[in-house]
Design a protein. Structure first.
Length: 216
């Protein structure tokens, strides 16, 4: 979700029919071209089952149209104009309630990913491992961004990447395999190896680990 302006998440909408706080809901998906979109990704909907609009709606619709349905009161972000959403049961829209804090967190993650991708451009000249590592370790980041970051590991040539990469649980094992391959090349390039007993980095030609004193 690529949002930059999340101001609407701080809006408080109150239902004029029941005075209850309305829920922030994901707008239902509509097919492009059918002209039914609300022009907003979220809607504020009164989901109070004791709301008078909702309670009276069953009878009104039954009398007018002869079928079993009611209304929920709805407002768009940044608007207090009232809309009615037709619902067939009390649970409609309850599954699409959004926790604004989750959305803010998602957005923050996305903004950080975007910044890291930007910082990749100069990471080799600046010997800046931070954006490279950020992208590789961000399981929510775009796979192509993560692969691009992995491809720069060797050029950035910073051995401090090894610990965090080894300690990370990759959901995509192909990324993990790629990282392991690069770590091998990185160690070789710096004439280092990992102690098989304590995992500390030691010189390639060392026969005894200076950290755990084991013979290697
Ligand atoms: Zn209401
Ligand atoms: Zn050791």
């Amino acid at each position: 979700m690529a949002r930059t302006d999340l101001g609407y998440l701080n809006e408080i909408h109150t239902c004029p029919h029941c005075d209850q706080k309305m829920s922030c809901c994901e707008a239902p998906q509509v097919h492009v071209g059918d002209g039914l979109g609300w022009g907003s990704e979220i809607l504020y909907i009164c989901l109070n089952d004791y709301c008078s609009l909702f309670l009276n709606g069953w009878r009104n619709i039954e009398e007018k149209y002869g079928h079993h349905a009611s209304y929920r009161y709805m407002e768009l972000p940044d608007s207090t104009e009232g809309n009615f959403m037709m619902v067939g049961n009390a649970d409609a829209f309850k599954g699409s309630v959004i926790n604004p804090d989750d959305l803010k967190r998602q957005n923050q993650r996305y903004q950080q990913e975007k910044q890291a991708v930007k910082d990749l451009q100069n990471c080799v000249e600046e010997k800046n491992l931070a954006p490279v590592l950020h992208l590789i370790l961000d399981e929510g980041a775009d796979i192509s961004n993560r692969k691009q970051a992995i491809s720069l590991l060797l050029q950035v040539n910073d051995l401090s990447c090894i610990d965090p990469l080894r300690n990370h649980t990759f959901r995509d094992t192909s990324l993990e395999m790629e990282c392991n391959k690069i770590i091998g090349l990185l160690l070789k390039k710096n004439y280092m190896k990992e102690c098989p007993f304590c995992s500390h980095l030691i010189k390639m030609q060392a026969s005894k680990c200076m950290h755990c004193k084991e013979d290697v």
